[in-house]
Design a protein around this ligand. Structure first.
Ligand code: HAM
Length: 405
């Protein structure tokens, strides 16, 4: 009988990946907390209606990619394809919309989309996301973008920020109508998907990946030239704040995002180092979503990072990667190692090998565990109160007093 394998597009997180995963989550959480965000968690399984109403019935995510089933109580449920809808549901359910005020939350966890797996595209993947409620000021849009930038920069990740405004219920419908008029004139030349989208969600035509469609779209009306006064002023202000803070961006009027709940600010952080699936994070404003899910009108904005895509790009900081390997050449030295380890562990990952061994064997084991420093105590060191150390990055060897170590 063949052994059971994990499902296609679903991976275990183990070894080096798990080290990187926790390294990422720890530091991204710290940065989010410094920006005033608190951790929150929502269930992985939710009512299907939640995503239909928020992400949108015409989106690919809801249309084609949901892990949807009927549970034993005959409820129509699905594994969450993204995090925002659940956070908004919780916001309304817990009556924060009625209490008023500002709320900032971050979260991380698994999301599920039944997509065709390829490099950077999984069926179970992890997001680190943040959502803000109750702030309509465009300074918050800048704040969210700068927090995301700080997270990526902490991990030394190169990125490009693409920015757009998707307008509001005043200007978007007018623009949409103009766009449909324009698209209809050369409908037959557009691909099948675009033809379907003209009917269901015309602005999604703008981000069609088909080269021929992109050529045809060259002269299409641009949303940024069709914004109402309020949206236009906000978009100009956002650009001004980003400029003032030295945040580089490019305006991409074809950036429409694959989820229907956005209005005004929409953005994506992309990298050209990870292949076709280049979006490492995306987000934007969703001022109508709380109301749409039955709450009292409350502005919202947020983003989510695709953790797996990001981990491909993380080059671990040398300091954070430090691992000390402690070994003894004889049984008598083991006690001192336990004492040294407990001191070292206040700041640094430290492993003890409990079986006394020869020099060469210790080095082999240390290498296997990716140690950056080997520290050994033999008979001489035990008599002198010293410890032998070798830095495996620089190859420097020293025998020093234990207190100094
Ligand atoms: P999203 O753009 O659908 O936005 O997903 C955010 C990120 O998740 C993407 O940029 C990508 O890095 C990662 N991602 C998406 N699908 C996959 C996949 N199949 N495999 C691996 N990684 C993937 C949202 O989900 C919104 N909820 C973001 C948001 C929060 N907007 C406002 N607040």
């Amino acid at each position: 009988m063949a052994n059971i394998q994990s499902l296609r597009g679903m991976n275990d997180i183990l070894g080096k990946d798990s080290e990187l995963f926790t390294y990422f989550v720890d530091n991204a959480s710290r940065i989010a907390r410094n920006y005033g965000f608190s951790y929150m968690e929502t269930p992985i399984l939710e009512e299907t209606a939640l995503f239909k109403r928020s992400v949108g019935e015409s989106s690919d995510i809801v249309n084609k990619e949901m892990y949807q089933f009927t549970d034993k109580g005959e409820n129509d449920v699905c594994l969450r394809p993204e995090g925002t809808a659940g956070v908004v549901r919780s916001f309304v359910q817990n009556k924060f919309d009625r209490a008023g005020g500002t709320y900032r939350w971050y979260y991380y966890g698994p999301m599920f989309r039944y997509e065709r797996p390829q490099k950077g595209r999984l069926r179970e993947f992890h997001q680190f996301g943040a959502e803000v409620f109750g702030v309509s000021s465009v300074y918050e849009d800048a704040n969210i973008i700068m927090m995301l930038k700080d997270i990526l920069e902490f991990f030394k990740i190169g990125f490009k920020l693409q920015l757009n405004s998707l307008g509001c219920p005043t200007c978007m419908p007018v623009y949409r109508e103009n766009l449909v008029k324009h698209l209809t004139s050369f409908k037959d030349e557009l691909c099948e998907d675009c033809n379907r989208r003209i009917e269901t969600n015309p602005i999604r035509v703008l981000d069609c990946k088909n080269e021929n469609c992109q050529k045809l779209l060259y002269n299409a009306p641009k949303i940024t030239n069709n914004l109402c006064e309020k949206c236009d002023t906000d978009f100009e202000k956002l650009k001004e704040i980003l400029d003032f803070n030295g945040v580089e961006y490019e305006i991409d009027t074809n950036l429409v995002r694959g989820l229907d709940y956005y209005s005004q600010t929409a953005f994506e952080f992309v990298s050209d180092e990870i292949g076709a699936q280049s979006a490492i994070a995306g987000g934007g404003r969703y001022d109508k979503l709380v109301e749409f899910l039955g709450g009292r009108a409350t502005p919202g904005i947020g983003f989510a990072i695709g953790i797996e895509r990001l981990l491909e790009l993380i080059k671990m900081n040398d300091d954070d990667n430090e691992i000390i390997y402690l070994g003894a050449l004889s049984d008598e030295a083991l006690n001192s190692l336990t004492k040294i380890a407990s001191k070292k562990r206040e700041t640094t990952k430290t492993i003890i090998e409990y079986t006394p061994r020869g020099f060469g064997k210790h080095f082999k084991l240390a290498e296997k565990q990716n140690a950056t420093m080997v520290a050994l105590i033999g008979e001489n060191e035990l008599n002198d109160g010293t410890i032998y150390t070798k830095n495996l990055n620089t190859q420097e060897e020293r025998t020093i007093k234990i207190e100094e170590f």
